[in-house]
Design a binder for this molecule. Structure first.
Ligand code: GLC
Length: 412
């Protein structure tokens, strides 16, 4: 059965490959994640007071967009409204629980979009569909859905073209009629090029949904390959992940993922053609925490050594062993991703797990004349039988002074 051809917006999304997720709101002042109101049972009339101390005085959207850009990210998904019901945008009369009515007194989504445009990065809007603040969510669901649709209409009409809408929360009422035709129809009418994504949550990874959706989600879980044969439309895939254990800032969350782990996660996504959406949780004032910023920068340095296969590489029929895998680009090149090599160097100063040596790939039927590392152009010796498709090349380790975590070879 045929695999459907992706729409241009989906092609662009897949080639964007790597994005920044940002969870930021009045909850950031408590520094205990975005679910704190709910999990600690803070009464809403007490919680709303956080609006009166929300100044956003450190929020510099252009600076954040440039951080993302230098990290190799091509899009940013920002929480325009999260489950606590507070909006970072001017809701234009729909509610006064928004940034305009806080001491910030600014439309932070307008700033976000401007900052992204200036930096040349695509803005996406995360929007909750569940709401702990609006009584209508539990008491008059139809009225609530109209409030939600009108909120999305505001976002569709005041900020120019956006990359997409990233919804989250339908899992809170799995049996409800969310009137998705109307919600998604509003977007298709006003923002025809926007991606529409709906997070299916931690326990429904990669699940398909409404026919308007352009991508499936893998929340906190490495993506598996999608079988698109016979689908009515080509959908992309995206894994979103926290950089530590929280989406909104956790002041005492000391368990940041290492740059090596993030590089491996990015590769695991690209292996199956999925995007990687990596989250940061800005401080109450709106700054990305320094350690998170620095971590992203280092991953960006790794990406710069390997640009082409990371953004343009597509899953290949050529297969490696273990975590090793191949991607192909449209110009017919094949890139081999090699994990767990060791550092070559003096025995007294380097350690490694000894993973150098022959690496086997199957399905390599084209004639090849060279295999070389992308980062330093070193030629690697190989044996190859185009008939059987078996390629075996000698993977050297990293030169002393480097540790690339995942090293990429190009076949030509
Ligand atoms: C979850 C959480 C939420 C977070 C989201 C990001 O569904 O409810 O707080 O925004 O995942 O993927």
């Amino acid at each position: 059965m045929a695999i459907p051809v992706p729409l241009p917006r989906v092609v662009k999304f897949e080639n964007d490959a790597y994005g920044m997720f940002i969870h930021w709101g009045i909850y950031s002042q408590l520094g205990q994640g975005e679910w704190i109101q709910h999990l600690k049972g803070i009464p809403m009339d007490e919680y709303v007071k956080l609006k009166d101390s929300f100044t956003a005085d450190q929020f510099d959207a252009y600076k954040i967009a440039m951080t993302a850009k230098n990290a190799g990210m091509k899009y940013i998904v920002l929480t325009t409204r999260h489950h606590d019901g507070f909006s970072l945008y001017d809701t234009r009369g729909l509610s006064d629980f928004d940034a305009i009515h806080s001491p910030a007194g600014r439309d932070l989504i307008a700033e976000f979009v401007d900052g992204c445009r200036k930096a040349g990065i695509t803005p996406f809007f995360y929007h909750t569909t569940l709401d702990w603040y609006q009584p209508s969510f539990n008491e008059d669901f139809d009225a609530y859905l109209e409030y939600l649709r009108a909120s999305i209409e505001v976002l569709c009409t005041h900020y120019g073209p956006v990359g997409g809408f990233w919804f989250d929360g339908n899992w809170s009422k799995p049996d409800a009629d969310w009137k998705l035709d109307e919600l998604y129809g509003t977007i298709r009418r006003l923002q025809p090029e926007a991606m529409i994504i709906n997070n299916t949550g931690l326990s429904h990874l990669g699940e398909l949904g409404h026919p308007e959706l352009d991508s499936v989600t893998f929340e906190q879980g490495r993506p598996t390959p999608l079988n698109r044969e016979g689908m009515s439309k080509y959908v992309a895939a995206e894994m979103c992940q926290t950089i530590n254990g929280h989406w909104g800032i956790g002041n005492h969350d000391f368990s940041n993922k290492s740059t090596g782990e993030l590089i491996e996660n990015l590769c695991a996504c690209r292996k199956v053609g999925a995007n990687y959406l990596l989250n940061v949780g800005p401080t109450a004032g709106g700054q990305i925490p320094k350690l998170q910023e620095a971590t992203l920068e280092v991953v960006g340095d790794w990406i710069r050594l390997h640009n082409k296969p990371i953004y343009e590489g597509k899953p290949s029929l050529i297969k490696g062993q273990g975590d090793n895998f191949a991607l192909e680009t449209e110009d017919g090149r094949t890139y081999l991703f090699i994990h767990r090599l060791s550092i070559d160097g003096h025995a007294n100063v380097t350690t490694g797990d000894g993973g150098t040596g022959p690496k086997a790939f199957t399905g390599v039927h084209q004639e090849i004349s060279s295999v070389r590392w992308l980062d330093n152009n070193e030629e690697l010796s190989f044996t190859h039988d185009p008939q059987s498709g078996l390629l075996c090349f000698q993977a050297t380790g990293y030169p002393y002074g480097d540790n690339l975590v995942v090293r990429i070879a190009v076949i030509s």
